[in-house]
Write a protein that binds this ligand. Structure first.
Ligand SMILES: Nc1ncnc2c1ncn2[C@@H]1O[C@H](COP(=O)(O)OP(=O)(O)OP(=O)(O)O)[C@@H](O)[C@H]1O
Length: 334
């Protein structure tokens, strides 16, 4: 069942380009030169119930603009969006009931209230009935261990505690879809682990649909089964994470440590990419030769002391995407 349907959305921002110098400033004042920038440039996707999708891309790719349109904060210049069959542009109030949103850099809690009082206030804002509220609080308390700091004023919470509070706040009204924008930014390893465990638990027990934007590739690795990669306002890849890694980075590395120096280190199917003393890095395409064949060939000609094979990871795949996707648009002057 499709929870989110996005059809060819575009968001154009109008910028005023200031000219340099006093003359330029005066000219800009009377005849401003406007520039149209496409933050999002024709994006379409469908996300089913229970999916955890990583929406990733470099700075300025259009991630926040997309999320703001999905949550109804921004209106697309063109295109359409449906969340649980409702358009955030036509009926924001109804959509907000279906959504939980967490921004790692901002909080929706109230600085001057205790954490528990913040939740009470949100209960009233979202008009959550007493039974649902109590049930959700009980579950969230167990998973996020809120009772340790439920009576602490929000401004005195550590970042990790505040993030746990924010996640609980986003889940109080039982949303079907959760948007997470950099949910683990600035957190230590334990706090990151707790947040990721929580997301997985909510996804498993409530079939929660999650869209995650993050620059933390460990978040992506541990949480997401599907990736949508954007660059310059367009989708450049969309598919299962493992398939994408496989497709984008068919190359593996073989790292070999020799017992002593040897002149000829070449192999017809392996590229020597780095050497540090007796340690050598080969790169090879798994379609051309298997690791077993390469190891067997090299051990016949080289005095190998130790070796390891390094599989490409998500970071390699994403680096590959960013490398091959040069800017696509030239801003138009209006
Ligand atoms: N309010 C705005 N006015 C003008 N241009 C904007 C505005 N917000 C975003 N943009 C432009 O739209 C493009 C997409 O920005 P967006 O913030 O969506 O990227 P992002 O992928 O979220 O980046 P980051 O990872 O840095 O948060 C950028 O070129 C940005 O400069």
């Amino acid at each position: 069942m499709a929870m989110i349907e996005v059809n060819n959305i575009v968001k154009e921002y109008m910028l005023i380009r200031k000219e340099t110098g006093l003359r330029g400033s005066i000219k800009s004042l009377f005849a401003p030169k406007k520039e149209c920038v496409r933050g999002v440039d024709g994006i379409s996707f469908t996300i089913d119930k229970g999916e955890i999708v990583g929406y990733i891309g470099p700075n300025g790719a259009g991630k926040s603009t997309t999320i703001k349109m999905l949550t109804g904060i921004l209106h697309p210049t063109s295109g359409s969006i449906q969340i649980c069959g409702i358009s955030p542009q036509e009926n924001r109030k109804a959509v907000v009931q279906k959504l939980g949103v967490v921004f790692g850099q901002r909080t929706q809690l109230y600085w001057d209230l205790r954490l528990g009082e913040s939740f009470e206030l949100l209960r009233r804002i979202y008009q959550i009935d007493e039974r649902t509220y109590q049930e959700n609080m009980a579950l969230l308390n167990v998973v996020l261990k809120l009772s340790d700091f439920i009576d602490t004023p929000v401004r005195q919470l550590s970042l990790g505690q505040r993030m746990r509070g924010d996640l609980a706040a986003a889940m109080l009204h039982s949303p079907s879809v959760l948007f997470l924008d950099e949910p683990t930014i600035g957190l230590d390893a334990d706090a990151k682990h707790a947040i990721r465990q929580f997301i997985m638990e909510m996804n498993r027990t409530k079939a929660l649909t999650v869209i995650l934007t993050t620059h933390d590739l460990d978040d992506v690795e541990q949480l997401c089964s599907r990736l949508i990669i954007v660059n310059h306002g367009k989708i450049v890849e969309d598919g299962p994470k493992d398939e994408l890694i496989h497709k984008l980075t068919p190359k593996r590395q073989l790292i070999v440590e020799l017992q002593h120096h040897v002149e000829d280190l070449t192999h017809p199917y392996a590229e020597l990419i780095k050497q540090d003393g007796l340690k050598i890095w080969y790169q090879f395409n798994k379609k051309s030769i298997t690791a077993a064949e390469l190891i067997s060939d090299l051990s016949r000609k080289l005095p190998i002391q130790d070796l390891s094979v390094r599989e490409p990871d998500i970071e390699d795949a994403i680096r590959e995407v960013y490398k091959t996707n040069t800017p696509l648009k030239i801003p138009s002057l209006v």
